[in-house]
Design a protein around this ligand. Sequence first.
Ligand code: SF4
Length: 359
Amino acid sequence: MPKIDPWGSSSISNYQHVFSEFGLSQFPESMRKQLKHRFFQRNIVIAHRDFEKVLQRIKSRKRFINITGIASSGQYHLGHKADIDLFKFFKSQGAINYFCVCDLDAYASRPKIKTLQDAKEIAVQNAADALALGLGERDIYVQSNKEKEYYCFAFELGKKITASTFEAIYGHLDLGKVSANLLQYADILHGQLPSYSGKMPSITGIGLDQDPHARAVRDLAKRLPCNLEVPSFIYFRHQSGLKEGSKMSSSEPDTAIFLNDSEADVKRKIANCFTGGRNTAEEQRKLGGKPEICKKYEIDLFHLESDAKLRDIFEKCKSGERLCGECKQLTAAYLSKFLKQHQAKAKKSMPKAKKIVFG
Ligand code: SF4
């Protein structure tokens, strides 16, 4: 078995085929060193398209656009928190910020959301979470409460992409998803229009599975008549669900820790999650655990801010000094503490969140 370090750098080799298949550039060490955030130091950001342009802006203290959108069919979970943590990092680097709560996209593409009013109620919760995680009112917008220029631009984008291109990229022509995609393209690009922030490099963090959107929007940026910078993207390692082989899903409560989970929810979900523990305590003391496949360790890797604490968890697991029961309790304790504070802040943020959504 290859040697694995606490930051998971050797597991990047698992993604080599993705780099060559999609033509992505592996995120280089030279850039990693210049970005002081755990997502870069721990190899959570693994690939990029044209990130050099954004790094150049950061180094020369010039503005750039920071744009991320989340379409959620319910409460935000820890996967969404990771998106917002990265967004906050770029905000701290001097970006002009556009955080989109994608209520129309969620309504159009998620059958679970039955009415537009429901989508807006979810958006209020999502905006309150984003505010509680450290974004400002001016950093956030919702699609359903956006200016007319944005919608005109989305229609302009619709003129530049054909049905056959859509089918080639996404494999279907579901009209709800087509309209949701046009809004996603508008979200990424509209900040560069003269009536917003003007032409400049932009950065968006996405999962590898969202690369078809990135390729489509980069192609559109080159073909539009309005002189835009081709947007840059960075790619997260996959953050999986709590069960073996599962994805985090807003529709399946036990696959993820949600930002409104109670202490009891957190304890139960962490207690039942898939770990890299051995069959018996004796075996684990002798051979050590396998943090590299442990879903609980994955939460620590993404969300535990202290490098020293993360290293301690890793080393005590590998050496067999600490068993899974005690290890899970530690994670459940720091997560519960964080969520309790977060929920109090989100509750206080509700009036601002309602104003963002309903005006
Ligand atoms: Fe995961 Fe902790 Fe068990 Fe190691 S000891 S496999 S990190 S729960």
